[in-house]
Write a protein that binds this ligand. Sequence first.
Ligand SMILES: [Cu+2]
Length: 476
Amino acid sequence: MRSGDQATFKAMTMAGLAFATVLSAAALMVAVNRPANAESVDTSTTTTVAAEESGEPLGVIEVVASDFAFSPAEISVEAAGTYEVVLDNEGAVLHDLTIGTSKIVAEPGQKASAMVRLTEGTTEIICSVPGHKEAGMVGHVMVGTTTETTVADDHGAAPAQGPSVTADENAPGYELRDPRVPGRGEGPGVTLVPGGAAGGGDLIEVELVIEEKLMTVAEGYQQKVWTFGGQLPGPVIRTRVGDTVRVRLINPPEAELSHSIDFHASQVAWNDEMTSIAPGEEKIYEFTTDYAGVWMYHCGTGPVLHHIANGMYGMVITEPAEGLEPLANEFFFVQSEWYLGEQGQISSLAKADKGAPSPDLVMFNGIAKQYLDNPVQIPMGEEVRLFVLNVGPSIDSSFHVVGTIFDTVIKEGYALVRGNLGNYGAQAVDLSPAQGAIIEMKAMEDGLYPIVTHAFNFPGRGAIGLFQAGDGDPLN
Ligand SMILES: [Cu+2]
């Protein structure tokens, strides 16, 4: 396993564990201990936020946070008053417990506590990290009215459904993404410095500003997306084997969240270059391109699932040192899923987090059906090169262009080469999340050639486009 994927793996594992924990939590009694019993609580690593003024606490309430549930989620205490609330974060990502004006924040694997005044009645508890409440981190504290210790109904434990969102006819139109591929060291924020690397090789400088912004991801659906460089997908960065890439990642002060970046084209330590930066911070991520291919980059800040699902991904192309054979027509297609949040809000982590994900949209280059509405022009009878990447976050692609046969496929280092012995070809390229390919093909007559994932429940959700060869009319 690549070290850069460990966080993802851990998060996934923890999500599974959380679910198991949650099932048993339904039968749990709430731990309301006398303070004397709470001395074993390790407060050496705690953070206390907004602790309320208190006398002697009436008791200790301990809540375990996992990814993404509280256990227990339904808490009952007899008397109003001040309690010590301990949040034990067993998740893989940061969580908080927000109750009224108090927020207790705990890093992964740590505990935090605060004195909280509880009043009569029922008060909601949530994790206020964006998306976490919607993913299931919600519960209640009930004070008084009942002498039963707990009424655990696994309210916060059931897998959350996420919103069902209807199209808004007033949503702004989408902005068509140009699928043409930039040259090496070209594109917005990208500069080639020949001989600029420490060892005398070429340097490619990239300035990537993280931008959290509104974007229309399908006709009628506007979402608050998180982007690299204001684009979804982020800019395509084209390199050759032997280049040095120096990325300056900037998280502007107006951002709401910490973010990071993980270049699959690099070989670096996960806990060095890939660490998160808070709003107002920046960092340099430098790597050499040692292997050719079509590589994913993405935000690796937890929950990684959500940062990818909300738009933080892009493509690095690394050509062999001698470069690919020049072709006049080159295009990129990044396949991704979108789990709709409410209009104008971030995507739904609750939907994305399901064991059997069912995305509302599957798109090429960030917008559902954009190349169906705006076919991509190609010449008839001429070799065309496609750089294809599936960024998921969770669903496989079977990339296919109707009416064509791929004569060249270089997928994850495995090559099918045009003119091979036996003249083998390929009809579809299977790409799991974080896999990429270089594909070459040609349209043999004027006409239309649909671009799809051949997992055919998804073209209808947006994973469809068109190549138009010549005038698009085979009979003309
Ligand atoms: Cu991020």
